[in-house]
Design a protein around this ligand. Structure first.
Ligand code: ADP
Ligand code: NA
Length: 336
């Protein structure tokens, strides 16, 4: 019978922000909701803790906490852990094992072209680690370990997914058909930008904490951050024009993602708004509405560590059961 696997991951580098939510996790939730319990679709959503240590900046105690928070963030959006496998990457050692095997067929020339490596390594300079450089190969191993067909991620990941397909294709050519070439499911929302500097994407690693909206932000905090968000001096029109009006366009994009409406429909609804205050109040209200339930659920989940640990243990076991089969097959094909 036909069988398919949906796979994605998020790093435990802080609470989810609006970009993670609209760019990825909302899609995970929607897919999970629409998948019947008894189906032959595997849903796998992982916490990429091995990726998080490519830029080491957290103590062991902080990392432990962040790994719990990431699980709580996934569950807080309403993803049902009986339907979806929710787990910690580092608990499934096969990720590291496949990473090495794929590293040996990945070309450095290709990795050198990764724009995320270029920008992240220029941030940390000569201290950029081998792990940071090889990150996209580990990401390919993550995806291929479960023979995933569909990978819902933000559009900032398209280059890495392209690399993943290329690695899968090389492996299949060298060792015989093993991996499907995974397709990307891009969220309908375009990249969400930094509220204070819309030349950059919204990211939890940004030092300016007002630039990023977290799903756990209290209503007053959301309101303050949107008030401080960069817009422009054109008062009478709210039009989507990313090149000339990046701040306003970012907020329109956010409305479009939250309301699941096209940009054109959002623009039409904004006709008649008289001020930036009115516009921003509208955005603020929508964000508060969307995040209230996840925030309350997140806070509740974090108080019950035993429950979180049970969910992770169950997810780890289910993930391992699939991963160990793939590794066995891969090693056999490679002759190991
Ligand atoms: P971050 O970049 O904030 O550290 P991750 O690298 O953990 O987040 O990304 C997790 C998911 O969120 C990925 O699928 C990524 O494409 C998506 N994502 C991250 N930032 C944004 C953004 N600003 N807009 C849209 N999607 C995003
Ligand atoms: Na990212």
């Amino acid at each position: 019978k036909p069988h398919s696997t949906v796979f994605s991951m998020i790093q435990p580098t802080g609470r989810f922000h609006l970009g993670n939510y609209l760019g990825a996790v909302k899609t995970w939730k929607d897919i999970t909701t629409h998948t019947p319990k008894e189906s032959n679709v595997n849903l796998i959503f992982g916490v990429a803790d091995l990726h998080a240590i490519t830029v080491p900046k957290h103590s062991a105690a902080e990392m432990k906490e962040l790994r719990y928070e990431a699980i709580a963030s996934i569950l807080s959006t309403g993803i049902d852990s009986d339907k979806a496998i929710v787990y910690h990457q580092s608990a499934v050692q096969e990720h590291a094992e496949l990473n090495w095997i794929l590293s040996c067929i990945s070309s450095m020339g290709y990795l050198n072209r990764m724009t995320q490596w270029k920008s992240k390594s220029s941030d940390v300079g000569a201290n950029a680690s081998l792990g940071l450089y090889a990150y996209p190969v580990l990401q390919a191993a993550d995806i291929l370990l479960y023979k995933s067909n569909l990978v819902p991620v933000g559009d900032d990941q398209s280059q890495h997914l392209e690399l993943c397909r290329s690695i899968a294709d090389s492996f299949n050519h060298k060792f015989g058909k093993t991996f499907p070439l995974p397709n990307t499911i891009f969220a309908p929302t375009k990249k969400i930008l930094n509220l204070k500097n819309p030349a950059k994407k919204m990211s939890k690693s940004d030092p300016d904490k007002l630039s990023c909206l977290y799903i756990t932000d209290e209503p007053e905090v959301i309101s303050k951050k949107i008030k401080k968000a960069v817009t422009d001096s054109i008062m009478t029109e709210f039009k989507f024009d990313p090149e000339n009006r990046p701040g306003v366009s970012n907020l329109i994009n956010i409305i479009s993602g939250l309301q699941m409406k096209s940009i054109a429909d959002v623009e039409a609804e904004l006709v008649g708004m008289k001020s930036h205050k009115e516009f921003k109040d509208h955005v603020t209200g929508l964000i508060i509405e969307e995040f209230t339930e996840p925030r309350l659920k997140f806070n509740e989940l974090l108080k019950d560590r035993e429950h979180l640990q049970r969910v992770v243990n169950q997810g780890n076991d289910r993930a391992r059961a699939i991963a160990s089969k793939t590794i066995k097959e891969v090693k056999q094909k490679v002759g190991l």
